[in-house]
Design a binder for this molecule. Structure first.
Ligand SMILES: NC(=O)c1ccc[n+]([C@@H]2O[C@H](COP(=O)([O-])OP(=O)(O)OC[C@H]3O[C@@H](n4cnc5c(N)ncnc54)[C@H](OP(=O)(O)O)[C@@H]3O)[C@@H](O)[C@H]2O)c1
Length: 211
């Protein structure tokens, strides 16, 4: 199966913070493998893992392949074979210096064009400090036509005060339209109610579709 050209990812470097963790192994890498299988990840997409655990690029590539055992897609094989790994503490500016070098290499080798997606798959208390460090390292502001995005998985704070605190930290580096929040619990019932309203209701369904 292949996707339409307009649903293919643009060139970009996908940077996963927390690349040694459970979310990365159980959800993110299998999802990426499926996108590769669908033809949604062109050769200009590069994968970079960041974590404290020391690992070589090859060890990270192995870990990616083991997370998605049995996936024999050539694009997934190429993506993982070229994957890079940066190890270091999240509060150490040298970690972000190495990340900047690897990102520049990805732009040169893969044509990722200065586009970056930072995926925060670390324990939640690290989201703010990582964002602040990215900003200080000059890695959060896009140049020219490029885009830089930050993806935050739930929880986005535990209450209003902690959500505001996290947003304040993110805002030191990113503007609102760079920030993507994923929370599959928030508003779940509201969304289910919308589906019921639409499909169980002969008044709304005919006027609430694309024709
Ligand atoms: N797992 C899931 O299915 C799932 C589902 C939805 C949302 N989430 C969210 O995704 C995020 C990651 O979850 P996860 O289950 O992947 O977490 P995890 O496995 O506990 O942690 C991810 C990585 O963070 C690093 N880490 C752990 N403790 C640390 C510490 N004290 N200081 C610095 N780094 C530390 C570890 O890597 P290093 O030691 O190598 O740095 C670890 O591999 C969380 O915000 C979670 O709420 C997870």
């Amino acid at each position: 199966m292949t996707v339409d050209a307009d649903r293919r990812s643009p060139p970009c470097a996908l940077v996963i913070f927390g690349a040694s963790g459970d979310l990365t192994a159980r959800k993110l890498l299998p999802a990426l493998a499926r996108l590769a299988d669908y033809g949604a990840l062109p050769a200009e997409v590069a994968l970079i893992g960041v974590a404290r655990t020391p690992m070589t690029d090859d060890e990270f590539a192995d870990r990616c392949r083991r997370s998605v055992a049995g996936q024999e897609n050539p694009r997934w094989n190429d993506l993982t074979a070229a994957a890079r790994f940066v190890s270091g503490d999240y509060d150490d500016p040298a970690t972000y210096g190495r990340l900047a070098e690897v990102l520049a290499e990805c732009d040169r080798r893969h044509g990722s064009a200065g586009n970056r997606v930072y995926y925060f798959a670390t324990p939640p208390r690290l989201f703010g400090p990582i964002a602040v460090s990215l900003g200080k390292a000059g890695l959060s502001a896009p140049t020219g036509d490029s885009f830089i995005r930050a993806v935050i998985e739930k929880p986005f704070g535990w209450d209003e005060a902690s959500a505001r605190e996290l947003y304040a930290d993110l805002s030191t580096a990113f503007v609102e339209d760079q920030i993507f929040r994923i929370d599959h619990y928030l508003a779940k019932e509201t969304v289910q109610n919308l589906l019921a309203l639409r499909f169980a209701n002969s008044i709304f369904e005919p006027i609430w579709n694309r024709t």
